[in-house]
Design a binder for this molecule. Structure first.
Ligand code: GLU
Length: 419
């Protein structure tokens, strides 16, 4: 196998393999292998240092067969058009698998958010919203938070769009993951992390493992990693290791997650210099003796180089495309149970869907209603994938992809192939 070390190549590879397994016709494969729309823009907002920032943005709508494209806004110094194409393709499969009436899309803002203060970030986000507005819309593409963006940013996008219309609210849902006071939904921020835990609980039941005392190691302590840590802790699991850009923490007795969250909040989101744990180097992370390993950071982290160090029984993919195909084969050979990204982290987009319908119907759901719906959805999707994998003697990743791609193909056929 040629070396596949990017989110884009992983997405392409997984689609090609799926096409072969499900016997996808060539012309349909061609439709799915490339995005429907790719937009590239350059922005030069004026920042508080008196200089113009030079920012590229990429907006990709991979597919809209099952509904308007859905997917978050990734803001990092390294995001590229290629990465956004790969991530938008992942969103098409994720929304399909989760059974929500959306297609796949993604936005990239090539800029390091950690290098600016909150005022400058707001300037950049508003500049993006103004410039990208004509590509956003409840029937077209609905963005949400992703790596490097959060609910505050989504609030600014919502405000920028309604302001430009001269109205208080937008006509329908233009963005999800907003602050609750602006029409966001209770439990959206926690949704992806909670969903990761709910699918892990479902996996434990199948594998005869007990969530009580389950030893968990989490890579990344951003929104997904920290919320998963809180929920794992609530369910009785023990978080024994956490790593992020600033280092790694280890405590075999379990880290005090409440205190760690407080510490990260006052330490620019970073875990370094936390007391109550041994510090270790980030390179040691994959070798930690744990039951469950949760990659919840960037893509392509579990690779042919580090996969043989992994001793976990379960990998719960909180991040998008964290495992390269070569590493995936090794995990499978080693009997490690992988809950693939499009299933494991699909709770975020599912609750985005609840936010979308809440806004359309001018209703408000409570956090406990959202939690119940999320739990039911994650558990039933897990069961669908598990049963399919069992019947076909396939891995959970292959089963997820077969089901997700199969539904999009059924949608294309139902629409008809004419233009
Ligand atoms: N960024 C999240 C993801 O990758 C959420 C997308 C959404 O809610 O639209 O799934």
């Amino acid at each position: 196998m040629a070396i596949i070390n990017s989110v884009f190549k992983t997405a392409q590879y997984n689609l090609m393999q799926t096409a072969e397994r499900i016997g996808l016709e060539e012309n349909l494969l061609r439709k799915l292998a490339v995005p429907k729309e790719k937009i590239e823009q350059r922005l030069t907002p004026l920042l508080s240092n008196g200089k113009l920032a030079n920012i590229e943005i990429y907006i990709v709508r991979h597919n809209d067969t099952l509904g308007p494209s859905k997917g978050g806004i990734r803001m990092t110094s390294s995001v590229s058009m290629e990465e956004v194409v790969g991530l938008s393709m992942e969103m098409t499969w994720k929304t399909s698998l989760m059974g929500v009436p959306f297609g796949g899309g993604k936005t990239g803002i090539r800029f390091a958010p950690e290098t600016v203060n909150s005022t400058d970030k707001e300037v950049i986000i508003r500049s993006v919203a103004r410039s990208a507005k004509r590509h956003f819309g409840p029937e077209l593409y609905i963005p949400a938070p992703d790596m490097g963006t959060n609910e505050t940013d989504m609030g600014h996008i919502r405000d920028c769009i309604s302001y430009s219309e001269g109205t208080s609210i937008t006509r329908g849902c233009f963005v999800t993951g907003k602050p609750i006071i602006l029409g966001g939904i209770a439990g959206r921020r926690q949704a992806t992390g909670r969903g990761v835990v709910y699918t892990t609980v479902a996996a434990c039941k199948k594998l005869g493992l007990n969530i009580q005392g389950l030893k968990v190691a989490i890579q990344g302590f951003g929104n997904v990693g920290s919320e998963a840590a809180i929920e794992f802790h609530n369910q009785g699991a023990k978080i024994i290791a956490v790593s992020d850009a600033s280092g790694m923490l280890f405590n075999d007795k379990g880290l005090d997650i409440g205190r760690l969250c407080q510490h990260a909040k006052s330490n620019r989101g970073l875990i370094s210099s936390f007391s109550g744990a041994e510090s270790a180097s980030r390179e040691e992370f994959f070798g930690v003796l744990c039951d469950c390993l949760v990659p919840a950071a960037a893509g392509s982290q579990i690779t042919a180089d580090n996969v043989s160090k992994i001793k976990a029984k379960i990998i719960s993919e909180g991040a998008n495309a964290p495992t390269t195909p070569e590493a995936d084969e090794v995990l499978n050979d080693n009997g490690i149970f992988v809950i693939p990204d499009i299933l494991c982290n699909g709770g975020g987009v599912f609750v985005s869907y609840l936010e979308y319908i809440q806004e359309t119907q001018h209703e408000q759901m409570t956090e406990s209603q959202v939690k119940t719906r999320l739990y039911e959805k994650m558990t039933s999707c897990f069961d669908d994938v598990y049963n399919y994998a069992h019947d076909k003697k396939a891995t959970m990743r292959k089963a997820s992809m077969d089901l997700a791609v199969g539904r999009v193909v059924a949608g294309i056929k139902a629409r008809g192939l004419l233009p």
